[in-house]
Design a protein. Structure first.
Length: 131
């Protein structure tokens, strides 16, 4: 680590690593949808569509997803092994009009968000040839 200019370890290193991984290896919100627009020849492939759905949660919170699309998103989370994230999203959806319940949901452990992002990254890497 010294040769890399990293002079910390333990929890501080884990925080650094997770932030770096998040910024470098995991697609940003909407990145796959943008890819699909620029590469229409691959946009219809089921894996590409699933990746687009998984990276479009802003549409969910912005009220731009139909109930069918919401259920498809939650199922896609389960399909890639992120059942905990699907459960959290279901709970958040259920309590959107209850600020106290939302605060309680957000006050707990949020590591599920990182695990979801990691699963999405794994899914995209596994299906890289479809992109």
């Amino acid at each position: 680590f010294e040769k890399l200019g990293i002079d910390f370890d333990g929890t501080e290193f884990e925080k650094f690593f997770r932030e770096y991984l998040f910024e470098s290896a995991i697609p940003e919100e909407g990145a796959v949808e943008e890819w699909m627009e620029k590469h229409p020849d691959t946009a219809t492939h089921p894996a590409v569509q699933t990746a687009g759905l998984l990276t479009s949660t802003a549409r969910l919170w912005g009220g731009q997803m139909s109930p069918v699309q919401r259920q498809s998103l939650l199922q896609a989370m389960r399909d890639i092994g992120a059942a905990e994230a699907a459960e959290k999203h279901e709970a958040i959806i259920k309590h959107l009009n209850n600020p106290d319940a939302l605060d309680e949901l957000e006050s707990g452990d949020q590591s599920w968000k990182f695990r979801l992002k990691a699963r999405i990254g794994e899914f995209i890497l596994q299906h890289g040839e479809e992109f």
